[in-house]
Each structure stands twice: as C-alpha cells, then as structure tokens.
Design a binder for this molecule. Structure first.
Ligand SMILES: [Zn+2]
Length: 63
C-alpha cells in the first residue's frame, strides 16, 4: 500500500456498511466491489474498510 493511500484512509471516518447505501466519497456512486477487508468503488477505485468484523470471522474459520 502506498503511503498516500494510508493517509487517505486515516483521514476518512468512512466505513462500508453492508446493510446501508454507501455513497462513494470520491465519485458519489454506490457501485462497490466488496472484498474480505475492504470494499472498492467500481467507478473510481476508492477503497473503504468494511465496518463489520471480517478479521473476527477469519479467526473463527481458521484452525
Ligand atoms: Zn467512486
């Protein structure tokens, strides 16, 4: 991850909520590619961290 991406995430209080409409802070659209840790805007590649606990889920499924 580039350092400028880190600063963008640190400055942004935004999180991706799976049960809500999430307007992209970069382009205002709501088209997301949802991964395991982040959701990435399909239009401008802005990434938001997921609001719910995927890390916690990962630990439960790992042995
Ligand atoms: Zn966007």
């Amino acid at each position: 991850m580039r350092s400028d991406e880190c600063s963008v995430l640190a400055l942004s209080p935004l999180l991706y909520h799976g049960d809500a409409e999430n307007a992209c802070p970069g382009c205002g659209r709501s088209q997301w590619l949802v991964g395991r840790l982040t959701a990435q805007c399909a239009c401008c590649d802005t990434a938001l961290p997921l609001a719910h606990g995927w890390r916690w889920t990962d630990q439960k499924t790992r042995r």
